[in-house]
Design a protein around this ligand. Structure first.
Ligand SMILES: *Cc1c(COP(=O)(O)O)cnc(C)c1O
Length: 385
């Protein structure tokens, strides 16, 4: 069977794939059907926190799969309880709702915020303010939350009640919430899909203060930035924020689909039985994989993530490129079109991503310096050629 043709014939054309069929991977390396090796600076878009088929993740998955693969949320299971405990203990959050993706983790955050505001202030307090250039997911509600018109136009009408503000414009945000009864402000501290845009500490702290003052919930979307990606467990920790709700997914379970919405003390009891649910949520195999990932994200490991990020930044800046981002979530300006840079890197054996017009790098958090150096040298060559 010709896989590429079969894919084209039978899979909906939502992805404009590269001409590359990946058949296996180990760590930061993956291989195409001819056995050609690539250094992967994408981690499956920030998912494979410990690279492809990491031994510990594979063991956690296979042990759990041979014990209990799935039951329903009508019953207790051990891996999700243990995982929720770790997530709460490390963040100071109080409760977790498990789902299967970033979009779902944000849906849960939005539902929690709407219920909280309606109960506390009244049903008209349903507005959620998000940032221009944000990305929060592909469901109709998380598309509405996404502050990019280009994603909206063909799918109207979206869920109502979302308002957009320009990052760094705190007066604009204050005006907006003065005009519209607001439940929450929702943001990424570092906008991923929007171009690896780092929001300033001053602005983020001003947003936090404004939310505190008005009893408006702060939702931080850590779907991409969470789980050690930026060199902190969650990116909000770089900025001394105390969000009311944190959503995460991508790297959470090291390659398996899992989302989590973390609820602070203020909202921990907002959901009652039947308010929210997910058939696959808290799946024991995903939870076991996540446990194996979370247990390894300690201080020493996160410092290594920071150091590797600084290494990449320092090297790529030598080419005259500007590098944004934190830890191993980096955006790089390019002189030629980013699609050309990605194609040339791929031709030379390195896989990279884009974010708007920037080159985006999200290598596995445990990538070794040998592979990192090799990949960085190739990217430098391509940026300079
Ligand atoms: C990827 C991403 C999402 C959506 O996650 P899915 O798992 O694709 O639903 C939401 N928010 C941010 C910040 C993301 O990077």
């Amino acid at each position: 069977m010709n896989i590429k043709n079969t894919d084209k014939q039978y899979i909906a054309h939502t992805y404009n794939r590269f001409d590359l069929l990946i058949t296996r991977g180990k760590g930061a390396l993956c291989y195409d059907e001819n056995g050609r090796e690539y250094i992967d600076m994408t981690s499956g878009i920030g998912v494979n926190a410990f690279g492809y088929s990491d031994d510990e993740v594979v063991k956690a998955i296979t042990d759990q799969a041979s014990t209990l693969t799935h039951t329903s949320n009508l019953y207790y299971t051990a891996p999700s309880a243990e995982l929720a405990k770790i997530l709460c203990e490390r963040t100071g959050m109080k409760k977790v709702f498990f789902s299967n993706s970033g979009a779902e983790s944000n849906e849960c955050a939005i539902k929690a915020a709407r219920k909280y505001a309606a109960a506390k202030k009244g049903g008209e307090y349903f507005h959620i303010v998000t940032m221009n250039r944000s990305f929060h997911g592909r469901t109709l509600t998380t598309l509405a939350a996404t502050g990019q018109d280009s994603f909206h136009t063909q799918f109207l009408p979206l869920t109502e009640g979302f308002l957009y503000t320009e990052p760094e414009d705190i007066d604009g945000l204050r005006d907006l919430i003065g005009k519209y009864p607001t439940a929450a402000v929702m943001l990424e501290c570092i906008q991923g899909e929007g171009g690896v845009n780092v929001l300033s500490k001053e602005y983020l702290q001003a947003v936090q203060a404004l939310c505190d003052e008005k009893d408006i919930l702060l939702i931080v979307d850590e779907v991409q930035t969470g789980n050690g990606r930026t060199g902190a467990l969650y990116s909000y920790m770089h900025y001394d924020l105390h969000p009311d709700i944190v959503s995460t997914a991508k790297g959470l379970a090291g390659g398996l689909p899992m989302g989590a919405t973390l609820l602070s003390e203020k909202v921990e009891d907002i959901f009652s039985y039947g308010d929210h649910g997910s058939t696959f949520g808290a799946n024991p195999v995903c939870a076991a994989a996540a446990l194996s990932v979370q247990k390894r994200l300690d201080g020493d490991f996160l410092n290594e993530v920071k150091k590797k990020g600084e290494y990449i930044r320092k090297e790529l800046e030598k080419t005259g490129a500007k590098v944004s981002g934190l830890g191993l979530m980096l955006g790089v300006t390019t002189e030629k079109p980013v699609s050309d840079v990605i194609r040339e890197c791929m031709d030379k054996g390195v896989l990279c991503l884009s974010a708007k017009d920037k080159l985006r790098l999200l290598p596995p958090l445990n990538i070794g310096y040998d592979e990192l150096k090799k990949a960085v040298e190739i990217i430098k060559t391509v940026l300079c050629s």
